[in-house]
Design a protein around this ligand. Sequence first.
Ligand code: COA
Ligand code: AMP
Length: 629
Amino acid sequence: MDYAATYANWLRDPEAYWAEAAEGIAWDRRWDHVFDPARGTFGQYFAGGRLNTCFNALDRHVDAGRGEQVALIWDSPLSGTVERFTYRALRHRTARVAGALARLGVRRGERVVIYMPMIPAAVVSMLACARLGAVHSVVFGGFAAAELAKRIEDAQPRAIIAASCGLEPGRVVAYKPMLDAAIELSAHKPDACLIYQRPQLRAELRPGRDHDFAEAETSAAPHEPVPIEATDPLYVLYTSGTTGKPKGVVRDAGGHAVALLTSMRMIYGLGAGDVFWTASDVGWVVGHSYIVYAPLLAGCTTILYEGKPVGTPDAGAFWRVCADHGVKVLFTAPTALRAIKQQDPQAALLARHDLSKLEALYLAGERCDPPTAIWAAETLRRPVVDHWWQTETGWPITAGFRGLGLFPSKPGAGGRPAPGYDVQVLDDAGQVLERGQSGNLAIRLPLPPGCAPTLWNDAAGFRRAYLADFPGWYRTGDAGVIDADGDVSVMGRTDDIINTAGHRLSTGAMEEVLAAHPDVAECAVIGARDALKGQVPVGLVVLKAGVARDPAEVAAELVALVRERIGPVASFKTAHIVARLPKTRSGKILRASLRRLADGEDPKPPPTIDDPAILDEVAATLQRAGLST
Ligand code: COA
Ligand code: AMP
C-alpha cells in the first residue's frame, strides 16, 4: 500500500489502524481498548494489555529460530574494538543483568538511572530494566554532575548503573567521580550502584554501595521477562525544557512497542536481518528508539558506534562503518554530515569504501540546511530523507516513507506526516493557517501511540507545556510551514530551546548558571548560527554596578561555570559583557527579539520595547564577534 492510502486508512479509522499494527507485538494479555480517551492527560493506548518489551526485542527472535543472527555490533574506534552479539548472546547477558538488578532489590516499576558511554553494557542495562519491568532513565555522558543529580533527585532510582569512564577523542572522561558527586548533591540516594569497569580507567568502588558490574552479571541467575501493563512506563528520558529543570518524558510500554515496530518497515523500509545504523548516542531519544528498541523489535542488526564522524580516525569513518558491517540504512544528524563535508568536501574518502549495501540516509535532530542536504544526496547518490521528531514523540512526526514508496526530497523540508499525526500550522490564537503560511506547528490530539502520555510525576506540567496553549492540540514548540504538496518544513523553536550539534539544550538552564555568578546582574543566552553545529549558545551578560573587573576574565569564568554545572555538551564557549539588555517597559528581557537577531532576522522590536537602541547595540556586539549575519 502507498503512503496516501495508508495515511487515509489511519485517518478513517485510527483504532483499527493501530489494532492491526499491534498484531506485530507479542502480548501477554490483549488490550481492552485500543484507545481510552478517559485515561491520562489526553487518553492512553492499549489499556488492559500486558507485554514485556525485552521479550519482544530479544526472546521472541530467539524463539523464532533467529538466535544466531547478529543483534548488536559494537564498533568502537575510540577503544579499537569491534564486537558482535547474537540475539541469543544478547538475551543471555540481559537476563543475567536483570537477575543482578533483582538481587540488588530492584522491582517492577522502580527506577534505574543509567549513566554510560556507548558500550554494549549500556544497551544490556536498558534491556535488563525492561525485562524486569523496571523503569530506566538514561543520562547522556556529556552532562556534568549537577545535571545528573537533578535527574537522580527527580527519578528517585533504587539503583544506578554507570561505567568507570567514557572515551572522547584525546581524553578519558572519568564518570565515577561525577557519579559520586551527583549522588552527594542529590537528596535522594540510591541503594546500590553497578559499576562497569572499563580497562582504560578503573574506578574505586565504595564498599556497601558499589558493585562490580561484570561480577554481578556472571554470578546472577538469569531473570525471566516480567509482563507489565501496556500503559506502564518503560522509561523516563529527561530532556531540556525552557528552565533549568529538565522534563522527564515518560514512554509507556505498549504504544512504544507498536509505534516503533511499525516505523521500521513503514519509514525506514527495514525488516528482520537488515543492518541499521543510527549514529547517535543512547543518551538521546534517537538512541533509545533507533539504536536500541526499534531495530531489535524488528529483528534487525543494530550498530553501536563509539566514535565521531571525523577524527576517529578521519572523515571517512562513517563510510568505513557502513562498508564493514553492510549497513542498509544510516541515520544521523545533519551536524555530523557538516563535519564530514568540512574536512572532506569532495568526499574523496568515500571512494575507498564499498557502500553497495547502503540504500538511504535519514537525518534528524535539527534542521538540515539545504546545502548540506544537497551535498549528501549528490555525494551518496541515494535518497537523503530529512525527518522531524522530538524526545516527546519518540518516533518521527514527519518523514519520507521507504516502506510506502514516498521519498520527498525537497532540501530543507522534513517530509510528510506519519500516519498517526495530523500536523497543522496554527497562528498564535490557535487558528489553523492555510498551506504556505508560517506559524506554530501543532499536532491534533490525540497523539499517536509511542508519544509521551505525560511527564514523570508532573501531569500538570505536561498539560501546561504542551496542551494548554492550543486546546485540542499538542504544541510542538517548533515553528514551520506546510507547502502545497503537504511537505512540512521545520524552521526552529519558538521557545528557549536551541539545537547544538543535534543536542537539545535549554538556554534558560544556562541563564540560571550565569545568573549565579556573583558579578552578574542579568543575562540572556541565545543560539547564534554556527556553520558546524547549527547553533551555539552565546551569553550576553550585564555586570553588577561597581564591578570593575576585566570583562575577558569574567567571561572565561562564565564559560568554565557552564561547563562545570551543565557539562561540555552545552558547547558554551562565548560570553559577551554588554552594557544593557533590551527590555520591555515593564522590565522583561526581550528574548524573542534577541533570538531573531541571532538568527540573522529582523528582530522586530515589539511596541512595548523600552529603548530600541539597545537592540542595535547588541546587534553590533554580535556582529563584531562574527556571530550574526
Ligand atoms: N561524554 C563526555 N563528553 C562529551 C560527550 C560524552 N558522551 N559527548 C560530547 N562530549 C563533549 C565533547 O568532547 C566536547 O568537549 P570539548 O568542549 O572539550 O571539545 C563537547 O562535549 C561538545 O561536544 P559536541 O558538541 O558533540 O562537539 P564535538 O566538537 O565533540 O563534535 C560533532 C562535533 C559534529 C562531530 C559531533 O557533535 C557529532 O558527531 N554530532 C552528531 C550529533 C548526534 O549524533 N546527535 C544525536 C541526535 S540525532
Ligand atoms: P530532541 O527532543 O532532542 O529530539 O529535539 C527535538 C527538536 O529538534 C525539535 O523540536 C526540533 O526543534 C529539532 N528537530 C528534530 N528533527 C528535526 C528536523 N528534521 N528538522 C528540523 N528540526 C528538527
